[in-house]
Design a protein around this ligand. Structure first.
Ligand code: GDG
Length: 738
């Protein structure tokens, strides 16, 4: 039976040491709720650290046994590992870097070593439980190396990875001395999920810069597999919050709070203590509100819950002090006997009291300077069962991508924040209701259960996609079958890519003219009346015509722009095709050429090609990646696309490709035998356009392709084509050596 294994740094249970021994309390976190139905199902398990130091073997055995009853398996960390892996590399290196606080990041080699060791420890724990075909879902920044470690041991496992915090721009990630290893570690997964498209884009850029691996629509080609990258904004258990808000307990608590606050309007903020949350900025904005709009003095209170966190890390202690001071100063300046501007709590609240706070608040102030998603914003929305209340939300929280009806602010703009508070406190009820209703519909639909399902479905899809892209070697048995099918067919279509398939690559493309052996081979194949030979190429019409024009073969030139039947005229695949766009692109490409010795631009009638085969490989790599992102930017939202071929980038119309051109031959001829050969990405379009029974063959080392089979090189191709000419007697597939 295939099982699912969830792995996160912390288990979804709080294990605490009290005077009576260890206590176990289920955690109420969003992740635990969302994945509850999965990890508790028959045979499944959640692997993680129980959250405290347990060194005694007898005590470890006790913890293991207790957790096992609730489908959990602990990974125990030593005190040194807690310090160096958890407080060190995870929270003092990765956390600040990924939240754009590089000034707080430390780069200690021994912290990195502990990070590697602990990731290995997790790996061993998972391997002890996982079978070869199990589904493994790894969570978050503490375990970035784990997917790759698991992949090495379980090559066929289905591995998903989700990052709960932002993935920063390449400029930030490159600061880390271990950036490459970290990104490499992540792509051991089959599916990598982020909260937003923005984080996903940053990750793909890092993969391209650091590992030199391109992607197409979020599909990364590694040397051995494809990896899918996608955005999955995490949701909450909507029903749970809505029900808690409606409960009698919450109503009773709310009543008590209201009386104590003398019916002042309430602005609520709830965070873990963290410099990424913008707590100090928020306090300054509240102070500014009182300064600029004194009518609120005595009439509005900021109810601020700060949950203690990471107080072992220096910056957190300093932040706590800064907040204490600010609250003290503002309260001292503005308070009255009957009113306190800031009600500040440095502790956490039980769930039903939290629900009461959400109920109570007129305004929720969620203003992180960086936040992966921020679930508090969504919980506030779910709790507003009377549709009243205003959410002020930082545009730099992942949640802002979805919650457009919130008042979106820049958290460093204190003035804007103060004005947003003023606006929120004055917002007419009707407008509150309209905004809240729209946000509730969204948060309710994309709840944590939908999130989990979406991720799991996409993970299965990623695996299926890998299998469909796996090619088989064109072995003797398949070759015999191929020759047999060729012989018995009345009509055969041979679609042959030119460079890299029929002839080897040359440093200078003009030196790739056909040799006598190839000319003879093509002439013989084309002379059989049952054969239709089509040479498909990215080259221009003139080259193809001058080299092969005397043979009775058909042509598809410029990756499908121009078509010609043997002896006929060239015609455009699509009438009215425009090419003025080249005017804008040529100067850009020329700029790159002038900075990359050896590279050059080829202008074709309907496309532009950047060639870098002759440039210094290191420099060409850097320039090509830059150019690729430049061109991708220029072609976004146009009908143009950038193709990556073999040491080329090509810009052309989206609708035109080798596949749409080749399809014209299929439609016209209805051949009983189809053979399509090609070596680069542009040939994937041909393979994709072929019927399932066609012999689609990928030439060269890239193991994954839409082609069914693969051969090694041009020599193999010529042997294969030659073998078709030699088989005159109809033989059975078993007659391999006939
Ligand atoms: C990461 C990312 C991303 C807070 N105070 C109390 C309390 N809470 C609960 C909230 C909420 C949770 O803690 C905080 O959720 P966040 O989303 O804000 O942040 P994290 O869980 O720290 O972190 C974040 C998230 O992962 C999910 O992917 O959104 O961006 O940093 O659920 O309700 N709960 C109780 N009492 C409190 O006083 N009971």
């Amino acid at each position: 039976m295939s099982r699912t294994i969830i792995i996160s740094n912390r288990l979804p249970t709080k294990v605490q040491r009290s005077s009576e021994g260890l206590t176990f309390q289920p955690s109420e976190g969003g992740l635990a709720t969302g994945l509850g139905s999965i990890y508790r199902a028959e045979g499944n398990v959640w692997v993680g650290w129980p959250g405290l130091s347990v060194e005694e073997p007898a005590e470890q055995a006790h913890v293991t046994e207790q957790l096992k009853a609730d489908s959990m398996a602990p990974v125990f960390l030593t005190d040194a590992e807690i310090r160096d892996f958890y407080e060190g590399f995870s929270n003092s290196t990765l956390w600040p870097t990924f939240h754009y606080f590089t000034q707080y990041a430390t780069y200690e080699p021994e912290h990195w070593e502990a990070y590697v060791t602990v990731n290995k420890k997790f790996c061993q724990a998972v391997l002890a439980l996982a079978g070869p075909d199990d589904t493994i879902w790894v969570h978050d920044y503490q375990l970035l190396l784990l997917p790759e470690m698991l992949r090495r041991e379980r090559p066929d496992a289905t591995i998903g990875f989700f990052l709960h915090i932002p993935f920063p721009s390449y400029e930030l990630i490159r600061v880390l001395p271990w950036a490459t290893e970290l990104v490499q570690g992540m792509i051991g997964a089959d599916l990598i999920g982020f909260h937003t498209y923005g984080y996903m884009r940053h990750f793909l850029s890092a993969v391209s810069h650091l590992l030199g691996l391109p992607n197409h629509n979020g599909l990364i080609e590694t040397p051995s597999r494809t990896v899918l990258v996608d955005a999955f904004p995490m949701g909450i258990d909507y029903q749970r919050y809505a029900e808690a808000a409606a409960s009698e307990a919450a109503q009773a608590h709310e009543q008590t709070y209201r009386q104590a606050l003398h019916d002042a309007r309430v602005v609520l903020s709830i965070d873990r203590l963290d410099y990424s949350k913008g707590i100090a900025q928020r306090l300054r904005a509240f102070e500014l509100l009182l300064q600029r709009h004194p009518e609120w003095v005595g009439r509005v209170s900021l109810l601020m819950v700060v949950v203690p966190s990471r107080d072992q890390v220096a910056q957190y202690a300093a932040l706590k002090e800064e907040i204490d001071e600010l609250v003290g100063r503002i309260n001292a300046q503005y308070r009255t006997i009957s009113w306190t501007p800031i009600q500040y709590f440095y502790r956490s609240f039980p769930f039903d009291e939290l629900a009461a706070l959400y109920r109570l608040a007129d305004v929720a102030l969620v203003t992180p300077v960086r936040d992966g998603m921020n679930l508090v914003a969504k919980e506030f929305i779910a709790s507003k069962i009377n549709q009243r209340g205003v959410l002020i939300l930082s545009e730099r929280a992942g949640a802002a991508q979805e919650l457009n009806e919130a008042l979106l602010i820049n958290p460093t703009d204190t003035g804007q924040l103060a004005e947003a508070l003023h606006e929120a406190l004055l917002m007419p009820e009707e407008e509150q209701r309209t905004r809240m209703t729209a946000m509730q519909a969204l948060v309710q639909q994309y709840d944590v259960f939908a999130w989990t399902k979406l991720f799991m479905d996409r993970l299965s899809y990623a695996k299926i996609k890998q299998l469909t892209l796996a090619t088989d070697v064109l072995d003797a048995e398949v070759q015999a079958q191929l020759r047999h099918d060729y012989q018995v067919a009345d009509q055969r279509l041979l679609l042959l890519d030119y460079d890299g398939t029929l002839v080897p690559f040359q440093a200078n493309p003009q030196h790739a003219q056909p040799d006598p052996e190839l000319l003879t081979l093509l002439a013989q194949l084309a002379s059989d009346a049952r054969n239709r030979v089509v040479v498909i190429s990215g080259r221009d019409r003139a080259s193809l015509e001058s080299w092969l024009g005397h043979l009775p073969v058909d042509f598809i030139a410029e990756h499908g722009v121009w078509l010609r039947r043997a002896g006929g005229e060239w015609h455009l695949i699509q009438e009215g095709l425009r090419a003025e766009w080249k005017r804008d692109f040529l100067p850009i490409l020329d700029q790159y050429v002038s900075r990359t010795p050896g590279a050059f631009v080829e202008e074709k009638s309907h496309s532009l090609v950047w060639h870098y085969r002759r440039a210094d490989p290191g420099l060409a790599d850097v320039r090509t990646r830059d150019l690729l992102s430049h061109l991708s930017f220029m072609t976004s939202n146009t009908d143009l696309q950038v193709l990556e071929g073999n040491k080329i980038l090509e810009v052309k119309h989206v609708a035109i490709n080798k596949g749409s051109a080749a399809a014209q031959w299929l439609g016209a001829e209805h051949p009983g035998f189809v053979l399509a050969l090609g070596d680069d990405r542009t040939d994937e379009d041909t393979f994709g356009a072929m019927p399932p029974e066609a012999y689609t063959i990928k030439v060269g080392p890239m193991p994954r392709s839409l082609a069914r089979f693969a051969v090694t090189d041009v020599t193999d191709v010529r042997k294969l084509l030659g073998s078709l000419l030699q088989t005159e007697v109809v033989s059975q597939p078993t007659a391999i050596n006939a």
